[in-house]
Ligand binder design. Structure first.
Ligand SMILES: Nc1ncnc2c1ncn2[C@@H]1O[C@H](COP(=O)(O)OP(=O)(O)OP(=O)(O)O)[C@@H](O)[C@H]1O
Ligand SMILES: [Mg+2]
Length: 265
């Protein structure tokens, strides 16, 4: 059996904002078809690491390759073809406030694929249906929607191009438990249909436990661990203790039927 292909390859990455060092010498490979979840305290640099993988931040040192291309060295047309292969759900689910629901989801289709409007219409309505948004909401503006709807529509936009690689930043934050579970099921079925690779940031243990193949922990500007969920749970690390060994963590792990760490609160 050949090894799975590397979709994202990060080597020796450092990120700085002025004098603040956010990432120091980070190495990370994301393999085709896996769900890799990035965890870490608030401000530990999770979103910034996703932004590095999207070519939205510049490395102070090191390289970020996606689909084999070094983002810092890619040509404009090279970047455009990569952008058509990934989708992103930003933290907070930001929609463009001046665009309708329909136009928000249509944006990547219009920008990156040269499709006629009839095709755009069919694809937008299909994606909205996939995330459980009724057609009657398509003409609404973001300000007329609930937070949960905004999130689902932002997700529809992220999957508009049937991406091979999907970045999700806190996809279930602010959703009620039923909606979170619905979201998890949606990602599971999409993964099966599209053979997607997913890089996700989440604080939500149920989401993490249901979806993750591997978990990467960011702390003190470094990746302190990249391991399977079971291996991660077994780590003797203060972050892991706090994150997984509380009542919610134990419940999420039990529900999955996996290992439950000893002790806890
Ligand atoms: N454009 C920027 N300019 C300056 N500092 C920034 C910028 N973007 C992020 N930072 C800083 O980098 C650090 C990491 O931020 P980041 O948003 O990546 O954290 P995070 O792990 O996603 O946090 P959270 O869990 O709260 O979303 C923070 O200290 C933040 O203030
Ligand atoms: Mg963040």
């Amino acid at each position: 059996m050949s090894a799975p292909a590397a979709v994202v390859e990060i080597a020796g990455l450092s990120t700085r904002f002025g004098r603040q060092v956010v990432h120091r010498d980070i190495d990370l490979v994301v393999f085709q078809g896996e769900v890799l979840t990035l965890v870490g305290g608030s401000g530990s640099g999770k979103t910034t690491l996703l932004r590095q993988m999207l070519g939205l931040e510049r490395p102070a040192a090191g390289t970020v390759k996606v689909f084999g291309t070094d983002l810092a060295r890619a040509t404009a047309s090279g970047l455009e073809s990569i952008r058509s292969r990934w989708g992103m759900l930003f933290q907070g689910g930001a929609l463009f406030s001046a665009l309708s629901v329909f136009d928000n989801v249509a944006l990547p289709l219009r920008e990156l694929k040269r499709l006629d409007e009839g095709m755009v219409h069919d694809l937008v309505m299909l994606k909205l249906q996939m995330v459980g948004i009724e057609p009657k909401h398509a003409g609404k503006m973001p300000s007329e929607l609930s937070g949960g709807m905004v999130k689902r529509i932002a997700f529809a936009r992220a999957i508009a191009l049937d991406p091979e690689l999907l970045f999700l930043d806190e996809p279930t934050a602010g959703l009620d438990p039923d909606r979170s579970e619905g979201f998890v099921q949606m990602v599971i079925s999409l993964r099966a249909a599209l053979r997607m690779t997913v890089v996700m940031v989440t604080h939500d243990l149920d989401t993490l436990v249901s979806l993750s193949d591997r978990v990467a922990i960011l702390a003190h500007s470094r990746l302190v661990s990249v391991a399977t969920l079971d291996e991660t749970v077994a780590l003797d690390d203060p972050f892991v203790h706090d994150f997984f060994r509380g009542a919610r963590g134990r419940r999420a792990l039990l529900a999955r039927g996996g290992a439950v760490p000893p002790g806890g609160t």
